[in-house]
Design a protein around this ligand. Structure first.
Ligand code: ACM
Length: 265
């Protein structure tokens, strides 16, 4: 059995050090094998320009990743966390995957950019990735990726037992949709959303919170409220995600008919 969880925070825009500290203080209250932090959890979400994102972004050797890596090894927990990633002149909406010994396994760069993210970030170029973390196969999608069922399906077909879903939800649907994604792929999903309101440069966004952990049969094992900062944990058996059978005659992977899905690609 593994203890997995979300850390729902309400970051203050640009206050990287204090956002990181509050998230890690919350994380240190629980024993876990894997924790998922929200999208762009260290900086906040509402960037007004690409220049601003470039300024607040970091590489994999930056201070945010170093502190997450130290926390992971000190607490023997894997971490998936969203952050703005700089790579040369490019800036991605990324999530880092760190194992229980602090080893940075790599990043996933958001595939489907939402609304004005298209003016700020470069489109992700990693494709959907599955990492070995804390003895689990953990795939990552970021926020708006959820609305494309191909995201969770690609991760499940690549062997993910657990999908980590860092988010800054400005639409209310994902807390209802993620358990369906879990069911149709027979995987666990950890939705880690932020909460609160961001108001900058004449723009205002309200985030939906409601972080949750769903099992492969849509049971909600833990859920946060809409407001506030919360950590939620559930004990799961990731091996349950390897059973794709619905009954003795149906298996959701073996029964697929890709010859009739050609329009998808
Ligand atoms: C979103 O993709 N952050 C809405």
């Amino acid at each position: 059995m593994k203890r997995v969880g979300f850390v729902q925070t309400n970051p203050e825009f640009g206050a990287v050090e204090s956002n990181l500290k509050r998230a890690l203080d919350l994380a240190s209250k629980v024993e876990s094998d894997l924790l998922v932090f929200p999208e762009l959890f260290n900086t906040g979400y509402l960037f007004l320009s690409r220049e601003e994102a470039l300024k607040l972004s970091e590489g994999l050797d930056g201070p945010t990743i170093r502190k997450l890596s130290d926390f992971a090894s000190e607490h023997s927990t894997a971490i998936v966390a969203g952050f703005p990633e700089r790579d040369g002149g490019k800036v991605y909406n990324s999530a880092v995957a760190i194992d229980v010994d602090g080893d940075v396994k790599g990043v996933y760069r958001k595939t489907h950019l939402f609304y004005e993210e298209k003016l700020i970030f470069d489109p992700g170029d990693t494709g959907f990735r599955v990492f070995d973390l804390a003895g689990m196969r953990v795939g990552i999608m970021i926020c708006f990726d959820w609305i494309f069922p191909e995201s969770a399906r690609s991760l499940a077909l690549s062997g993910a037992q657990v999908i980590a879903h860092p988010s800054c939800l400005v639409m209310p649907y994902a807390p209802k949709a993620d358990p369906v994604r879990a069911l149709e792929n027979r995987v666990f999903i950890i939705l880690s959303d932020r909460s609160g309101i961001e108001e900058r440069g004449g723009k205002k966004l309200r985030y939906h919170g409601m972080s949750l952990i769903s099992d492969p049969k849509m049971n909600i094992l833990a859920q946060a409220p809409e407001e506030g900062e919360h950590v939620g944990i559930a004990e799961i058996d990731p091996k349950l995600a390897e059973d794709k059978r619905v009954n003795e005659l149906n298996d959701i992977f073996l029964d697929r008919r890709p010859e009739f899905y050609v329009k998808i690609c």
